[in-house]
Design a protein around this ligand. Sequence first.
Ligand code: AMP
Length: 469
Amino acid sequence: MSEGAGKKEEKPRKFQAIRGTRDLLPPETLLWNRVEQTAHEVFGTFGYGEIRVPIFEPTELFARAVGGETDIVSKEMYTFSNPKSLPAMVREGRTEGTLAEMLPEAEMISLRPEATASVCRAYIEHNMQQQPQPVKLYYMGPMFRRERPQKGRYRQFYQIGAEVLGGSDAPAIDAEVIEMVMTFFGRLELQGVQLDINSIGDRNCRPKYVELLRAELLKVKDKLGPDSQRRIETNPLRVLDSKLESEQAIIAKLPHIADHLCEECAAHYAAVKHQLEMRGVIYRENWRLVRGLDYYMRTTFEITAQGLGSQNAVCGGGRYDGLVELLGGPPTKGIGFAIGEDRLILSLQESTSSLSASGKGAVATGRDVYIAWMGERAHATAIRAAKDLRKAGFSVELPPVEQKFGKALGQADKLGAKYALILGDNEVSEGLWTLKTLADGSQAKLTEPDLLNFLKREKAKADPSLRSG
Ligand code: AMP
């Protein structure tokens, strides 16, 4: 009798993706690929190179770069210990040791909640300051934050971002970075795009403004909610972020940072705006747009798009001249942004014009040709035909087992195939293949080279960009 016999049979557990994570499925992934391909192309035309950084790093890196007191680091990171490996201990001459003994020496590591810290770490680690400056890098990939999931907010989400490190802090750099994101969004035909910009000063002028803000906030403290009350002490700038309805009228009366910038910062901000205008980039000034972290300075920007509800920010960015130094590198200018790819895709899906855009991709999910074959000889021919058609760039479905033509044609219809190539013994011996256009049911008998030419011509008609000459 086998071990399990007699026990009540247990149903195997059905697994589901963890809360806040999700599967991206075809045909939606076509749109993801199109977005990413467009990013490669547009960023490439601005002279950026792609960097791929690890998914996990020492927790300390994020604590230092993002800030230990931020929500991201204090509450939202996926952190675990990475015990020293046995081989490493053996190399150090310690041949005995249990996991429990090793744990105290474990390094804490975290799944990356963002990538700017890693890019700066890589800049330092690979001595990129010795390359021609500035170094322009972009990245794309998953980020992880244990936030409360909702529409447009996930625990594994995707960002496409870029960083410009080194060289000067010329306002034209800030403007070109913003121009690049706007060009990217324009290429994708993202709808309802709104760019907000601000300057948050630097180490000279911001602390004075923050003190002024704190003093003003203290005067109205009892009219504020508990979060804002706490932030008066911890980070008064963050009060400006508040979305609480009851606080809006109070916040509207607070002093604006633009009136308290030092001369250099005011000049830099004015020049960034001028540079944006020279590039035809339309912006709105938003004095409440702040970044709570110390190393952020001067230019900050945020881009929103339509169809996203409360989570409508698709891109956030800003200048962070102090960050590389904070991570142990040389004093280095820096500016960058991160686009929320999930939200970008959501917005593209919601807008009608992009339905045709994603439809353009969706064409590729439907097969071009379904090969209905019957008989051994026909199978061999079908395999060869599939190979040739795929080589020519057509999407081909070749059924693995023989089926009656009627059933095969039904299957071709279900898969959204444009053509059915019918290969039976007759076709193979005559050398004339039957091509059925599924939209209108018309049929033609063609030799193999004629068939390929016919399909190529039809494809070019459907997509003029493929037409040669
Ligand atoms: P941040 O790194 O916080 O400045 O975020 C940059 C962009 O990433 C935001 O504007 C969002 O579009 C996106 N983003 C941030 N957190 C999430 C999340 N939990 N889920 C989806 N997108 C996010």
